[in-house]
Design a protein around this ligand. Structure first.
Ligand SMILES: [Zn+2]
Length: 225
């Protein structure tokens, strides 16, 4: 089969097949590379940057081709982000973040675990339990991000700072007190974190908040106006 025919079977927008390496029994390893016009998206700011700091190869499993398990070898570009001055690796839209598999593969694992145990799904796919769990977790995290974005408007909110005493670390939860659900959270505390929440919400929605309380006391409301 020519590379182009295989490429049409893979869902790898923005990438082309560079080389097919057969490694071991029952596995196909495919080296892919980005098209020239694909400039990559910075995981720090979501924009494209021209200069590349370095390249790091990652391997991600994709759905099977016939009896063969498919592993994609993907060069990930790293750039210094002008927004925060740090080096960020590009994010690839069709890779399931934190699971080293494609989203198509993750979806098929998720469908299997919906009807059978992780152990059996893992046996069928040749994955260990931990990997199956990690894939399911990654999908859940992505779904949660999608459901919570854009940040839903709440009329009455309460702000809750959760502390990990040992490290003096904080997480700020914003709770919709009418719906009794956490609608937003972020690491950190106090005004600078809340400013982020108001930013996510947008100026128009901020005006619609009627009350904001913290530890029972109405506070931070001045930030809204
Ligand atoms: Zn950036």
């Amino acid at each position: 089969m020519r590379n182009n025919s295989i490429r049409s079977l893979l869902k790898i927008p923005g990438y082309k097949i560079k080389e097919i390496i057969n490694k071991g029994e029952g596995e196909i390893h495919i080296r892919i590379e980005p098209h020239k016009r694909n400039k990559g998206i910075c995981s720090g700011c979501g924009k494209s940057h021209r200069s590349i700091h370095s390249i790091r190869e990652m391997t991600a499993e994709d759905v099977r081709l016939g009896e063969f398990r498919v592993f994609l070898h993907i060069p990930k570009r790293r750039s210094e982000c002008p927004e925060d001055g740090r080096i960020h690796t590009e994010q690839i839209e069709w890779i399931e973040l934190g699971a080293r598999v494609t989203k198509t593969f993750a979806k098929s694992v998720n469908r299997l675990t919906a009807i059978t145990t992780n152990q059996e799904a893992g046996w069928y796919l040749g994955l260990n339990d931990e990997k199956v769990c990690r894939i399911d977790k990654a999908i859940l995290a992505r779904l949660a991000r999608r459901y919570l974005h854009p940040t839903p408007l709440s009329i009455n909110i309460s702000i809750d700072e959760v502390a990990w005493k040992k490290h003096h670390r904080y997480l700020t939860n914003v709770i919709d007190t009418d719906e009794k659900v956490v609608t937003w959270n972020e690491k950190g505390r106090k005004a600078e974190v809340l400013d982020k929440y108001y930013e996510f919400l947008g100026a128009e929605n901020c005006k619609r908040i009627e009350s904001a309380s913290m530890d029972g006391a109405r506070t931070y409301i001045s930030l809204l106006r």
